[in-house]
Design a protein around this ligand. Sequence first.
Ligand code: 0RQ
Length: 500
Amino acid sequence: MTRILSEKYRSKVMSAEEAAKLIKNGDTIGFAGFTGSGYPKALPVALAAQIKAAHARGDEFRINVLTGASTAPELDGALAETGGVGMRMPYQSDPSMRNAINNGTSDYHDVHLSHSAAQVRHGFWGEMDFAVIEVTKIKEDGTVVPSSSVGNNNVYMEKAKGIILEVNSWQSEDLEGMHDIYSNKMAPHTEPIPITSAGQRIGSTTYDIDFSRVVAVIETDSADRNTPFKPLDDESKAIASHFIDFLGGEVKAGRIPSSLLPLQSGVGNIANAVLAGLLDAPFDQFVSYTEVIQDGMVDLIDAGKLAVASATAFSLSPTCAEKMNDKASFYRTKIILRPQEVSNHPEVIRRLGVISCNGLLEADIYGNVNSTNVMGTKMMNGIGGSGDFTRNAFISCFVTPSVAKNGDISAIVPMVSHHDHTEHDAMVIITEQGLADCRGLSPKQRAKKIIDNCAHPDYRAQLHDYFDRAAVKGVHTPHLLTEALSWHQRFLDTGSMKIS
Ligand code: 0RQ
Protein backbone atom coordinates (compact mmCIF):
# COMPACT_ATOMS: atom_id res chain seq x y z
CA MET A 1 0.00 0.00 0.00
CA THR A 2 1.31 3.45 -0.85
CA ARG A 3 2.76 5.62 1.88
CA ILE A 4 1.89 8.77 -0.13
CA LEU A 5 -1.58 9.59 1.13
CA SER A 6 -1.70 13.18 -0.12
CA GLU A 7 -3.09 13.61 -3.66
CA LYS A 8 -0.92 16.64 -4.46
CA TYR A 9 2.27 14.81 -3.45
CA ARG A 10 1.17 11.77 -5.53
CA SER A 11 1.14 14.03 -8.59
CA LYS A 12 4.91 14.50 -8.16
CA VAL A 13 5.82 10.79 -8.17
CA MET A 14 8.51 9.88 -10.70
CA SER A 15 11.43 7.51 -11.07
CA ALA A 16 14.80 8.22 -9.47
CA GLU A 17 16.28 8.52 -12.97
CA GLU A 18 13.77 11.22 -13.97
CA ALA A 19 14.32 13.09 -10.72
CA ALA A 20 18.12 12.91 -11.11
CA LYS A 21 17.82 14.75 -14.43
CA LEU A 22 16.68 17.85 -12.52
CA ILE A 23 20.15 18.11 -10.95
CA LYS A 24 22.77 20.03 -12.93
CA ASN A 25 26.54 20.46 -12.91
CA GLY A 26 27.62 22.73 -10.05
CA ASP A 27 24.54 22.15 -7.87
CA THR A 28 24.78 22.05 -4.09
CA ILE A 29 22.63 19.30 -2.59
CA GLY A 30 21.63 18.75 1.03
CA PHE A 31 21.11 15.01 1.46
CA ALA A 32 19.45 13.25 4.38
CA GLY A 33 21.52 10.61 6.14
CA PHE A 34 23.28 10.14 9.45
CA THR A 35 25.53 7.19 10.39
CA GLY A 36 24.00 4.92 7.78
CA SER A 37 20.37 5.60 8.57
CA GLY A 38 17.62 7.58 6.88
CA TYR A 39 19.63 8.44 3.75
CA PRO A 40 18.06 8.52 0.26
CA LYS A 41 18.76 5.22 -1.46
CA ALA A 42 17.62 5.63 -5.08
CA LEU A 43 18.29 9.21 -6.21
CA PRO A 44 22.06 9.25 -5.41
CA VAL A 45 22.60 6.03 -7.42
CA ALA A 46 20.67 7.46 -10.39
CA LEU A 47 22.56 10.73 -10.06
CA ALA A 48 25.89 8.87 -10.01
CA ALA A 49 24.93 7.14 -13.29
CA GLN A 50 24.07 10.52 -14.79
CA ILE A 51 27.41 12.01 -13.67
CA LYS A 52 29.30 9.02 -15.10
CA ALA A 53 27.46 9.36 -18.43
CA ALA A 54 28.31 13.09 -18.54
CA HIS A 55 31.97 12.35 -17.83
CA ALA A 56 31.96 9.66 -20.55
CA ARG A 57 30.74 12.34 -23.00
CA GLY A 58 33.58 14.58 -21.84
CA ASP A 59 31.23 16.97 -20.01
CA GLU A 60 32.01 18.60 -16.66
CA PHE A 61 29.64 17.40 -13.87
CA ARG A 62 30.49 18.08 -10.25
CA ILE A 63 28.14 18.54 -7.32
CA ASN A 64 28.60 19.62 -3.71
CA VAL A 65 27.36 17.08 -1.18
CA LEU A 66 26.11 18.16 2.23
CA THR A 67 24.58 15.60 4.61
CA GLY A 68 23.81 15.08 8.28
CA ALA A 69 26.84 12.83 8.85
CA SER A 70 28.13 9.60 7.31
CA THR A 71 25.79 7.83 4.88
CA ALA A 72 26.26 4.57 2.97
CA PRO A 73 27.64 3.01 -0.24
CA GLU A 74 24.48 4.05 -2.16
CA LEU A 75 25.16 7.71 -1.38
CA ASP A 76 28.74 8.61 -0.46
CA GLY A 77 30.14 5.52 -2.14
CA ALA A 78 28.24 5.83 -5.43
CA LEU A 79 28.83 9.58 -5.77
CA ALA A 80 32.51 9.50 -4.72
CA GLU A 81 33.27 6.76 -7.23
CA THR A 82 32.23 9.08 -10.09
CA GLY A 83 34.93 11.59 -9.13
CA GLY A 84 32.15 14.16 -9.41
CA VAL A 85 31.92 15.32 -5.79
CA GLY A 86 33.33 18.84 -5.42
CA MET A 87 32.85 19.80 -1.76
CA ARG A 88 31.74 17.38 0.97
CA MET A 89 30.47 18.52 4.39
CA PRO A 90 30.29 17.43 7.29
CA TYR A 91 31.21 13.91 8.71
CA GLN A 92 31.78 10.95 6.34
CA SER A 93 33.17 7.45 6.76
CA ASP A 94 32.77 5.75 3.37
CA PRO A 95 36.06 4.27 2.03
CA SER A 96 35.53 5.70 -1.50
CA MET A 97 34.68 9.15 -0.16
CA ARG A 98 37.66 9.02 2.20
CA ASN A 99 39.93 8.15 -0.77
CA ALA A 100 38.44 10.95 -2.89
CA ILE A 101 39.15 13.40 -0.07
CA ASN A 102 42.67 12.20 0.60
CA ASN A 103 43.71 11.99 -3.05
CA GLY A 104 42.42 15.48 -3.79
CA THR A 105 39.47 14.53 -6.04
CA SER A 106 37.02 16.02 -3.55
CA ASP A 107 37.35 18.88 -1.11
CA TYR A 108 36.19 18.37 2.45
CA HIS A 109 35.37 20.85 5.18
CA ASP A 110 35.20 19.09 8.54
CA VAL A 111 32.56 21.09 10.40
CA HIS A 112 31.22 20.43 13.92
CA LEU A 113 27.87 18.67 13.45
CA SER A 114 26.00 21.23 15.56
CA HIS A 115 27.38 24.05 13.40
CA SER A 116 26.55 22.55 10.01
CA ALA A 117 22.83 23.44 9.90
CA ALA A 118 23.40 26.91 11.31
CA GLN A 119 26.11 27.61 8.71
CA VAL A 120 23.74 26.58 5.92
CA ARG A 121 20.94 28.68 7.38
CA HIS A 122 23.28 31.65 7.63
CA GLY A 123 24.27 31.29 3.96
CA PHE A 124 27.91 30.31 4.56
CA TRP A 125 27.49 27.46 2.07
CA GLY A 126 25.89 29.56 -0.66
CA GLU A 127 22.56 28.68 -2.22
CA MET A 128 21.17 25.21 -1.71
CA ASP A 129 19.83 23.88 -5.00
CA PHE A 130 18.19 20.67 -3.80
CA ALA A 131 17.30 18.87 -0.60
CA VAL A 132 17.03 15.10 -1.12
CA ILE A 133 15.35 13.66 1.93
CA GLU A 134 14.19 10.17 2.90
CA VAL A 135 10.86 10.06 4.75
CA THR A 136 8.60 7.33 6.10
CA LYS A 137 5.20 8.54 4.99
CA ILE A 138 3.33 11.53 3.52
CA LYS A 139 0.04 11.96 5.35
CA GLU A 140 -3.33 13.07 3.88
CA ASP A 141 -2.81 16.61 5.16
CA GLY A 142 0.60 16.84 3.46
CA THR A 143 2.63 16.66 6.66
CA VAL A 144 5.57 14.28 6.38
CA VAL A 145 6.76 11.60 8.82
CA PRO A 146 10.59 11.58 9.10
CA SER A 147 12.56 8.34 8.80
CA SER A 148 15.36 6.80 10.86
CA SER A 149 17.48 9.95 11.04
CA VAL A 150 16.70 13.66 11.20
CA GLY A 151 20.17 15.21 10.83
CA ASN A 152 20.04 18.53 8.98
CA ASN A 153 16.89 17.63 6.99
CA ASN A 154 14.71 20.40 8.38
CA VAL A 155 17.22 23.10 7.48
CA TYR A 156 18.06 21.65 4.06
CA MET A 157 14.32 21.63 3.23
CA GLU A 158 13.91 25.18 4.53
CA LYS A 159 16.73 26.44 2.32
CA ALA A 160 16.62 24.35 -0.88
CA LYS A 161 15.15 25.71 -4.10
CA GLY A 162 13.88 22.21 -4.95
CA ILE A 163 12.89 19.37 -2.61
CA ILE A 164 13.08 15.70 -3.66
CA LEU A 165 11.49 13.21 -1.26
CA GLU A 166 12.16 9.49 -1.13
CA VAL A 167 9.30 7.70 0.64
CA ASN A 168 10.79 4.46 1.97
CA SER A 169 8.24 1.78 2.89
CA TRP A 170 11.00 -0.33 4.55
CA GLN A 171 10.91 2.16 7.46
CA SER A 172 8.29 1.32 10.08
CA GLU A 173 5.15 3.47 9.99
CA ASP A 174 5.31 3.30 13.77
CA LEU A 175 8.27 5.68 13.69
CA GLU A 176 5.55 8.33 13.61
CA GLY A 177 5.61 10.02 17.01
CA MET A 178 9.30 9.34 17.69
CA HIS A 179 10.58 12.61 16.21
CA ASP A 180 10.74 16.10 17.65
CA ILE A 181 11.29 18.61 14.84
CA TYR A 182 12.34 22.06 16.00
CA SER A 183 14.07 24.71 13.92
CA ASN A 184 16.05 27.63 15.24
CA LYS A 185 16.06 31.09 13.67
CA MET A 186 18.68 33.31 12.03
CA ALA A 187 21.06 35.22 14.27
CA PRO A 188 20.46 37.67 15.90
CA HIS A 189 16.92 36.27 16.35
CA THR A 190 17.99 32.83 17.62
CA GLU A 191 16.09 31.82 20.72
CA PRO A 192 17.02 29.70 23.73
CA ILE A 193 16.32 26.02 23.00
CA PRO A 194 13.85 25.23 25.80
CA ILE A 195 15.09 21.70 26.63
CA THR A 196 15.69 21.17 30.32
CA SER A 197 15.58 17.35 30.37
CA ALA A 198 16.67 14.71 27.85
CA GLY A 199 13.15 13.38 27.34
CA GLN A 200 11.46 16.74 26.77
CA ARG A 201 9.67 17.42 23.49
CA ILE A 202 9.66 20.95 22.09
CA GLY A 203 8.67 20.56 18.44
CA SER A 204 6.41 18.60 16.13
CA THR A 205 6.42 14.93 15.16
CA THR A 206 6.33 15.68 11.41
CA TYR A 207 7.98 17.94 8.84
CA ASP A 208 5.83 20.77 7.54
CA ILE A 209 7.19 21.21 4.01
CA ASP A 210 6.59 24.05 1.53
CA PHE A 211 4.90 21.99 -1.20
CA SER A 212 5.53 24.63 -3.86
CA ARG A 213 9.23 23.63 -3.79
CA VAL A 214 8.65 19.86 -3.97
CA VAL A 215 9.86 18.84 -7.44
CA ALA A 216 9.85 15.05 -7.18
CA VAL A 217 8.65 12.19 -4.99
CA ILE A 218 10.28 8.77 -5.35
CA GLU A 219 9.02 5.52 -3.81
CA THR A 220 11.63 3.13 -2.37
CA ASP A 221 11.65 0.01 -0.24
CA SER A 222 15.17 -0.75 0.92
CA ALA A 223 16.88 -1.24 4.24
CA ASP A 224 19.22 1.21 5.89
CA ARG A 225 22.84 0.16 5.63
CA ASN A 226 23.60 -1.39 8.99
CA THR A 227 26.96 -2.80 9.96
CA PRO A 228 27.12 -5.45 12.67
CA PHE A 229 29.24 -4.49 15.68
CA LYS A 230 32.38 -6.49 16.43
CA PRO A 231 31.92 -9.00 19.30
CA LEU A 232 33.19 -7.59 22.59
CA ASP A 233 36.86 -8.44 23.18
CA ASP A 234 38.90 -8.26 26.37
CA GLU A 235 40.28 -4.86 25.42
CA SER A 236 36.90 -3.19 24.94
CA LYS A 237 35.57 -4.89 28.07
CA ALA A 238 38.53 -3.50 30.05
CA ILE A 239 37.92 0.02 28.68
CA ALA A 240 34.22 -0.24 29.57
CA SER A 241 35.01 -1.42 33.06
CA HIS A 242 37.43 1.51 33.73
CA PHE A 243 34.74 3.94 32.54
CA ILE A 244 32.08 2.34 34.73
CA ASP A 245 34.36 2.29 37.78
CA PHE A 246 35.05 5.97 37.16
CA LEU A 247 31.32 6.76 37.07
CA GLY A 248 30.89 4.81 40.30
CA GLY A 249 33.62 6.94 41.88
CA GLU A 250 31.90 10.12 40.77
CA VAL A 251 28.63 8.94 42.34
CA LYS A 252 30.44 8.03 45.57
CA ALA A 253 32.14 11.43 45.65
CA GLY A 254 28.70 13.06 45.37
CA ARG A 255 29.52 14.88 42.14
CA ILE A 256 26.82 13.09 40.12
CA PRO A 257 23.58 11.36 41.19
CA SER A 258 23.26 7.56 41.31
CA SER A 259 21.09 7.75 38.20
CA LEU A 260 24.12 9.48 36.61
CA LEU A 261 23.88 12.49 34.30
CA PRO A 262 22.73 12.21 30.67
CA LEU A 263 25.20 10.06 28.75
CA GLN A 264 26.55 10.70 25.28
CA SER A 265 28.21 7.87 23.45
CA GLY A 266 30.19 8.15 20.21
CA VAL A 267 30.16 5.83 17.22
CA GLY A 268 32.07 2.59 16.82
CA ASN A 269 32.72 -0.70 18.51
CA ILE A 270 34.34 0.63 21.67
CA ALA A 271 31.53 3.09 22.33
CA ASN A 272 29.09 0.23 21.86
CA ALA A 273 31.12 -1.93 24.25
CA VAL A 274 30.93 0.81 26.90
CA LEU A 275 27.15 0.77 26.56
CA ALA A 276 27.15 -3.02 26.86
CA GLY A 277 29.17 -2.68 30.07
CA LEU A 278 26.46 -0.45 31.54
CA LEU A 279 24.02 -3.39 31.38
CA ASP A 280 25.66 -4.95 34.42
CA ALA A 281 26.62 -1.70 36.12
CA PRO A 282 24.95 -0.59 39.35
CA PHE A 283 23.18 2.41 37.78
CA ASP A 284 19.50 2.57 37.06
CA GLN A 285 16.98 4.82 35.31
CA PHE A 286 19.64 6.91 33.64
CA VAL A 287 19.02 8.88 30.45
CA SER A 288 20.98 9.60 27.32
CA TYR A 289 21.39 12.89 25.45
CA THR A 290 23.46 11.85 22.48
CA GLU A 291 23.52 11.84 18.70
CA VAL A 292 23.25 8.18 17.69
CA ILE A 293 21.29 5.28 19.13
CA GLN A 294 23.44 2.15 18.92
CA ASP A 295 22.57 -1.48 19.74
CA GLY A 296 23.92 -1.06 23.26
CA MET A 297 21.37 1.65 23.99
CA VAL A 298 18.48 -0.43 22.69
CA ASP A 299 19.64 -3.28 24.96
CA LEU A 300 19.72 -0.87 27.91
CA ILE A 301 16.15 0.22 27.12
CA ASP A 302 15.05 -3.43 26.87
CA ALA A 303 16.67 -4.13 30.25
CA GLY A 304 14.69 -1.25 31.77
CA LYS A 305 17.89 0.60 32.75
CA LEU A 306 17.83 3.45 30.23
CA ALA A 307 14.70 5.51 30.83
CA VAL A 308 14.91 7.71 27.75
CA ALA A 309 17.33 8.37 24.89
CA SER A 310 17.48 11.55 22.82
CA ALA A 311 19.48 11.50 19.56
CA THR A 312 19.28 12.45 15.90
CA ALA A 313 19.70 9.01 14.27
CA PHE A 314 20.02 5.26 14.61
CA SER A 315 23.26 3.39 14.05
CA LEU A 316 22.07 -0.19 14.50
CA SER A 317 23.19 -3.67 13.47
CA PRO A 318 20.89 -5.44 10.96
CA THR A 319 19.34 -7.55 13.73
CA CYS A 320 18.70 -4.55 15.95
CA ALA A 321 17.30 -2.53 13.01
CA GLU A 322 14.74 -5.30 12.39
CA LYS A 323 13.82 -5.23 16.09
CA MET A 324 13.42 -1.44 15.90
CA ASN A 325 11.12 -1.83 12.91
CA ASP A 326 9.03 -4.51 14.65
CA LYS A 327 8.71 -2.67 17.95
CA ALA A 328 8.87 1.01 16.94
CA SER A 329 5.54 1.67 18.67
CA PHE A 330 7.23 0.71 21.96
CA TYR A 331 10.59 2.40 21.30
CA ARG A 332 8.95 5.68 20.35
CA THR A 333 7.92 6.03 23.99
CA LYS A 334 11.60 5.83 24.99
CA ILE A 335 13.48 7.42 22.07
CA ILE A 336 13.33 10.94 20.65
CA LEU A 337 14.97 11.78 17.31
CA ARG A 338 15.73 15.50 16.92
CA PRO A 339 17.51 17.68 14.35
CA GLN A 340 21.28 17.45 14.90
CA GLU A 341 21.38 21.16 15.58
CA VAL A 342 19.38 20.36 18.74
CA SER A 343 20.80 16.92 19.66
CA ASN A 344 24.31 18.39 19.54
CA HIS A 345 23.64 21.93 20.68
CA PRO A 346 26.29 23.23 23.11
CA GLU A 347 23.63 25.15 25.04
CA VAL A 348 21.58 22.04 25.80
CA ILE A 349 24.60 19.77 26.39
CA ARG A 350 25.95 22.19 28.97
CA ARG A 351 22.58 22.80 30.61
CA LEU A 352 21.86 19.09 31.03
CA GLY A 353 25.37 18.29 32.29
CA VAL A 354 26.08 15.57 29.74
CA ILE A 355 28.86 13.02 30.34
CA SER A 356 30.51 12.52 26.95
CA CYS A 357 32.41 9.47 25.76
CA ASN A 358 34.08 9.42 22.34
CA GLY A 359 36.78 7.55 20.46
CA LEU A 360 40.12 9.03 19.38
CA LEU A 361 43.03 8.24 17.08
CA GLU A 362 45.71 9.62 19.40
CA ALA A 363 46.10 11.73 22.52
CA ASP A 364 49.26 13.39 23.64
CA ILE A 365 50.82 13.31 27.08
CA TYR A 366 49.14 16.64 27.89
CA GLY A 367 45.63 15.53 26.92
CA ASN A 368 45.28 17.09 23.46
CA VAL A 369 43.29 14.81 21.18
CA ASN A 370 43.39 13.97 17.47
CA SER A 371 40.18 12.27 16.31
CA THR A 372 40.44 12.87 12.58
CA ASN A 373 43.79 13.00 10.77
CA VAL A 374 45.92 9.85 10.60
CA MET A 375 49.58 10.85 10.96
CA GLY A 376 48.39 14.45 10.89
CA THR A 377 47.58 14.34 7.19
CA LYS A 378 45.08 11.70 6.08
CA MET A 379 41.43 12.24 6.89
CA MET A 380 39.76 9.34 8.66
CA ASN A 381 36.08 10.30 9.18
CA GLY A 382 35.78 13.77 10.62
CA ILE A 383 35.20 15.43 13.98
CA GLY A 384 31.49 14.60 13.87
CA GLY A 385 29.80 15.54 17.09
CA SER A 386 32.79 14.84 19.30
CA GLY A 387 33.69 18.54 19.54
CA ASP A 388 30.11 19.59 20.31
CA PHE A 389 29.98 17.21 23.25
CA THR A 390 33.57 17.33 24.51
CA ARG A 391 33.81 21.08 24.94
CA ASN A 392 30.42 21.37 26.62
CA ALA A 393 30.26 18.20 28.68
CA PHE A 394 30.00 18.10 32.47
CA ILE A 395 32.74 15.47 32.23
CA SER A 396 34.35 14.73 28.84
CA CYS A 397 35.86 11.26 28.36
CA PHE A 398 37.80 9.64 25.53
CA VAL A 399 38.16 5.90 25.05
CA THR A 400 40.73 4.09 22.90
CA PRO A 401 42.90 0.99 22.77
CA SER A 402 46.43 2.03 23.84
CA VAL A 403 47.94 0.85 20.54
CA ALA A 404 46.81 0.49 16.91
CA LYS A 405 48.07 -1.53 13.94
CA ASN A 406 49.39 -4.52 15.87
CA GLY A 407 51.19 -2.33 18.37
CA ASP A 408 53.15 -0.28 15.84
CA ILE A 409 51.22 2.90 16.65
CA SER A 410 50.94 4.24 20.19
CA ALA A 411 47.65 6.01 20.91
CA ILE A 412 49.59 8.12 23.42
CA VAL A 413 52.24 10.27 21.73
CA PRO A 414 54.48 13.19 22.75
CA MET A 415 52.50 15.66 20.61
CA VAL A 416 49.34 15.01 18.58
CA SER A 417 49.86 15.39 14.85
CA HIS A 418 46.52 17.20 14.48
CA HIS A 419 44.36 18.95 17.07
CA ASP A 420 40.61 18.37 17.36
CA HIS A 421 40.10 18.62 21.12
CA THR A 422 42.48 20.65 23.18
CA GLU A 423 43.85 19.95 26.66
CA HIS A 424 41.31 22.52 27.85
CA ASP A 425 38.40 20.32 26.77
CA ALA A 426 39.45 16.70 27.31
CA MET A 427 39.10 15.68 30.96
CA VAL A 428 39.41 11.89 31.16
CA ILE A 429 41.38 9.53 28.91
CA ILE A 430 40.74 5.81 29.09
CA THR A 431 42.55 2.87 27.49
CA GLU A 432 42.49 -0.84 28.33
CA GLN A 433 45.54 -0.07 30.52
CA GLY A 434 43.67 2.31 32.79
CA LEU A 435 42.22 5.79 33.20
CA ALA A 436 43.77 9.22 33.55
CA ASP A 437 41.53 11.74 35.26
CA CYS A 438 43.15 15.01 34.18
CA ARG A 439 40.74 17.36 35.92
CA GLY A 440 42.52 19.95 37.98
CA LEU A 441 46.01 18.90 36.87
CA SER A 442 48.80 20.98 35.35
CA PRO A 443 50.35 19.81 32.05
CA LYS A 444 53.30 18.18 33.84
CA GLN A 445 51.00 16.37 36.29
CA ARG A 446 48.77 15.27 33.41
CA ALA A 447 51.72 13.89 31.45
CA LYS A 448 52.82 11.60 34.28
CA LYS A 449 49.29 10.32 34.80
CA ILE A 450 48.54 9.71 31.12
CA ILE A 451 51.84 7.89 30.55
CA ASP A 452 51.56 5.73 33.66
CA ASN A 453 47.85 4.96 33.47
CA CYS A 454 47.03 4.89 29.75
CA ALA A 455 50.09 4.23 27.60
CA HIS A 456 50.89 0.68 26.54
CA PRO A 457 53.83 -0.79 28.52
CA ASP A 458 55.81 -1.05 25.25
CA TYR A 459 55.79 2.76 24.97
CA ARG A 460 55.89 3.91 28.60
CA ALA A 461 59.67 4.15 28.97
CA GLN A 462 59.95 5.92 25.61
CA LEU A 463 57.33 8.48 26.68
CA HIS A 464 58.92 9.05 30.11
CA ASP A 465 62.28 9.53 28.41
CA TYR A 466 60.81 12.18 26.09
CA PHE A 467 59.10 13.96 28.96
CA ASP A 468 62.13 13.84 31.28
CA ARG A 469 64.44 15.30 28.64
CA ALA A 470 61.89 18.00 27.77
CA ALA A 471 61.03 18.96 31.34
CA VAL A 472 63.80 21.48 31.85
CA LYS A 473 63.32 24.40 34.22
CA GLY A 474 61.35 27.38 32.99
CA VAL A 475 58.75 25.66 30.79
CA HIS A 476 55.08 25.05 31.44
CA THR A 477 54.37 22.42 28.77
CA PRO A 478 57.62 20.53 28.19
CA HIS A 479 58.40 19.73 24.55
CA LEU A 480 61.43 19.03 22.42
CA LEU A 481 60.27 20.80 19.30
CA THR A 482 62.44 18.92 16.83
CA GLU A 483 61.43 15.59 18.36
CA ALA A 484 57.78 16.15 19.20
CA LEU A 485 56.48 14.63 15.95
CA SER A 486 59.37 12.22 15.41
CA TRP A 487 57.22 9.27 16.52
CA HIS A 488 54.93 9.82 13.53
CA GLN A 489 57.86 10.26 11.16
CA ARG A 490 59.42 7.07 12.50
CA PHE A 491 56.19 5.19 11.81
CA LEU A 492 56.09 6.56 8.25
CA ASP A 493 59.78 5.68 7.71
CA THR A 494 59.99 2.31 9.45
CA GLY A 495 56.42 1.09 9.96
CA SER A 496 56.61 1.42 13.75
CA MET A 497 56.71 4.14 16.39
CA LYS A 498 58.97 1.91 18.50
CA ILE A 499 62.64 2.78 18.69
CA SER A 500 64.37 -0.35 17.45
O1 0RQ B 1 41.47 0.80 11.70
O2 0RQ B 1 39.93 -1.10 11.54
O3 0RQ B 1 41.57 -0.60 9.72
O4 0RQ B 1 42.36 -1.46 11.92
O5 0RQ B 1 41.37 3.48 13.13
O6 0RQ B 1 39.88 2.49 15.26
O7 0RQ B 1 40.22 1.61 17.54
O8 0RQ B 1 38.47 0.51 16.04
O9 0RQ B 1 38.15 2.82 17.09
O10 0RQ B 1 36.00 2.56 15.70
O11 0RQ B 1 36.15 3.89 17.86
O12 0RQ B 1 37.23 4.73 15.75
C1 0RQ B 1 38.60 8.15 16.14
C2 0RQ B 1 38.11 6.89 14.05
C3 0RQ B 1 38.02 5.75 16.28
C4 0RQ B 1 36.23 7.39 15.65
C5 0RQ B 1 37.75 7.07 15.52
C6 0RQ B 1 42.67 2.90 13.24
C7 0RQ B 1 42.42 1.52 13.79
C8 0RQ B 1 41.16 1.13 13.03
C9 0RQ B 1 39.31 2.59 14.01
P1 0RQ B 1 41.31 -0.72 11.18
P2 0RQ B 1 39.18 1.75 16.49
P3 0RQ B 1 36.77 3.45 16.61
C10 0RQ B 1 29.81 10.85 17.64
C11 0RQ B 1 31.23 11.14 17.90
C12 0RQ B 1 35.48 11.14 15.42
C13 0RQ B 1 34.00 11.41 15.42
C14 0RQ B 1 33.33 11.20 16.73
C15 0RQ B 1 35.87 8.72 15.01
C16 0RQ B 1 40.40 2.45 12.94
O13 0RQ B 1 35.90 7.41 17.01
O14 0RQ B 1 35.67 8.80 13.81
O15 0RQ B 1 33.94 10.94 17.74
N1 0RQ B 1 35.80 9.78 15.86
N2 0RQ B 1 32.03 11.33 16.72
O16 0RQ B 1 43.49 0.66 13.55
C17 0RQ B 1 46.30 5.31 12.54
C18 0RQ B 1 46.15 5.94 14.78
C19 0RQ B 1 45.00 5.10 14.90
C20 0RQ B 1 44.58 4.42 13.76
C21 0RQ B 1 43.24 3.97 15.43
N3 0RQ B 1 46.61 6.63 15.81
N4 0RQ B 1 46.76 6.02 13.60
N5 0RQ B 1 45.21 4.52 12.59
N6 0RQ B 1 43.47 3.73 14.14
N7 0RQ B 1 44.16 4.81 15.92
C22 0RQ B 1 29.37 10.22 16.34
C23 0RQ B 1 29.31 11.13 15.15
O17 0RQ B 1 29.88 12.15 15.14
C24 0RQ B 1 28.50 10.76 13.96
